[in-house]
Design a binder for this molecule. Sequence first.
Ligand SMILES: [Ca+2]
Ligand SMILES: [Ca+2]
Length: 261
Amino acid sequence: MRTQLALSTLALLAAIPLSAAVSIDSGDFAYYDNFDDFSSLDDVSEWSIYGSGDSRFPVFQGQSDGTGMTGGTYSYGSNGDYSLGFLANEGYSASMQISFTNNTSSVINEFYVSYDAEQWHSNNGGQLTEIKFNYLSDTEANRNYSDLGYVSSEMYSSGAGGDAPFETVSNSLLISDRPIDPGETFSLEFYFPEQTDNFDAQGISFDNFSFALSEVGGESVSFEDNLQDAQMAAVPEPATYAAGLGLAALAFVGYRRRRQS
Ligand SMILES: [Ca+2]
Ligand SMILES: [Ca+2]
């Protein structure tokens, strides 16, 4: 389920071919996606997914615990916890991007990004497989943030993760060298590079993607609180939530009210 704390309007942008940019319309904006409802591409409609080089779309192979051997885009996971992933084949790469537009009246000085990298399909002795994290903009050079990158292991026994990924690595970073002007649109990209040695690739994914403003107009923002609200709002069904976690739900309502007062 995708959630974002601030209400947003979607604006179609010619520069963003597949998915509309998500609107950042308040200084307390936070966005969170756990991909747990990802069973068709409609469920990740805010993400643009490309096969780069020859522009082929990486074919969606459905939900998988890593058993799938065919290359393409995967909803990797099990037991209701899914993620957005890729298994390389035929030597082409994949790019998965989400775009945001700064629709506030202030410069975004700093923002926070975090996600979990997961390995679901293993080829023991195969090729290391990588996620690169890039900031993309029409107005300045694209930039890679190696601190947000991930390289799989090739040491696990071949096959599928089963109930849990072979490994999970949490990455996070405060990014303050990309001031974003009012009206500016930018994209955050998870890039899966082409396999060069052989096609015994590892199936890897990203999960629990979080984005939040941490400094706007020169003022610090309580991004941890805003992200926590966005993550709590991702609990699937309000009725189930209230029935199963009644006390917690009541406490949460109180928490929200205190924050709003
Ligand atoms: Ca997960
Ligand atoms: Ca998930």
